[in-house]
Structure formats: structure tokens, C-alpha cells
Design a protein around this ligand. Sequence first.
Ligand SMILES: [Zn+2]
Length: 299
Amino acid sequence: MPELSKYVAVNSFGTAQLLEVIRDENLPVRKVVVASSQAVYSEGAAVCPTHRLVFPRARAVARLRAGDFGVRCPVCDAVATPAATPEEAPIGGETVYAITKADQERLVLTWGRQTGVPTVALRYSCTYGPRQSIFNPYTGVIAIFTTRLLNGRPPALYEDGEQTRDFCFVEDIARANLLAATGDRLDGQPVNIGGGRATTIREVAETLAAALGVPIAPVVTGEFRPGEMRALTSDIARARAIGYAPQTDLATGIARYLDWIRGQGAVRDYFAAAEPLLRAKRIVQPVAPPTPTPARGAG
Ligand SMILES: [Zn+2]
């Protein structure tokens, strides 16, 4: 997350280069399936009592700082209830990662329309499973919480831990790629791929601790991450319509992941080392505003 220019170089520039090479070298590419992300949305969809299904904007940092975590209707500002997010939701992206994933998706789909090469953008939800990097302290909440627990430390919850995400086992993601690559019914479209179920981050921490047999409860750190979504569950109707169905539930997927990580020997807690950096770069910020310090040496 701190490496803004690296994200742009790899995701945005790298994708543009790939498309250029395919075109300039006249490569016999029959389809491009791009690994997009649910991060392209600004916030999950929600239902307002008055305006029904709405697409809330990213939450204001001032509200997060004040401990007001709910999502609001973009029309009337009423607190709205999270709902599954369809592909029609506006895409924006509130982190450098999200912005470059939106770039990648638009580059590929637009290039496909203009060149006639079939393309599909799969918007993966939170993907996890065996061989997920255990060295990246910024992404992959299941990997981060597992390494914390294996080192005898509590998983850290931002906000109140009640944020929800849609988790999808890596084999289900792989099946979706095969469907997109071998059929043509998703061509030219962005398609949500996920488990289609909301799980709170606190529930993930507790499920992992129970599965590992480690009696450590998660802790609420009193911090938040600007740009983070409150509630994001994928509406997977578009993928289901062509035969996609998630097959691995979270408990089974976590068991598979833990079987793998147990074979990895000692696992270091990379998150602990990254924490001061996250705070210094204001990627993680305290919920309560700091107490104002009296002005010194005025005049
Ligand atoms: Zn409203």
C-alpha cells in the first residue's frame, strides 16, 4: 500500500504494455481474462429506507475519525443497510491498489472492444487459500491473522471489527477463470466472482483462532484505514447465470489453508514489523482525534 508508484508501474503501466505487445507483435491471443478486483467499487451497495438500492460514496475521513463507521445514502445521508453489490455499481477506487485495478480493467475491456479480441474482467472478492503470500503485511486478512495467531499475538481489528467482506477460496476463483476463458457468454463484461456471502472481519479472526486451537481473541485497535470499504459482498448473479457456483465454504477453505501453512515451518509475523510504517504513512489512523497541544512560543 505505501508503494504508490510501484502499483501504478506494475498494474497500470504493465497492463498497457502487455496490450501494446499483443497488438504490435500481432500475437495470436484468443482472449484476455483480466484479474480485476472488488476493490474497484468505492463502497459496497446499500439499501436506504427511502431511496432503495443506492451506491454510497466512500466514507468521509472526518466521520471515520469520529468513530462514525456506517455507510450513508448518497441522496439523503440516512444510514443505509449494506446489500450485495452488482457490477452496475459505479467504479472508482479509493486506494492506489483500487485505482490501478480499475485502470487495468478499463484498459483491457476498452482495448478488447476496439481490437475485437474477446476480453473478460473478473472482479475477485477477497481471495484466499494455500500458497497465498505470508510475506505481505498489507493484504490478505486471513494470511495476516493466521501469522499473528501463530506468533501468539491477537489479530488487529480496525474500526469495530464489524466490517464485512466476501471471501472466496482460490479454487473457486480458478474455476471462474476456466469458465471465462473457455466460453463466450461473459465476453466484454466485468463479472463479480466471490462467495456471495458477507462475513465480518471479527468472525474471520474468531474462526481462525478456533481452527488453530489458539485461545486468543482479536483486539480492536481504535484505528481505521482511510478508503477502506465498510461492507462489500459481491452480487454473483451474472456469473451464476453461466454456471459459476462457489463450492468451498469459509470453514472448509480455512481448514485447507491451515493444512498448508502448518507445513511451512516457522512463520514470522510480518505485520508487527509493518505496523509502525502503516501509522507513519497514515495508511492507518487513530479513530479519536489527537488531543490538541497548547500553542507554544506564540509571537
Ligand atoms: Zn436515501
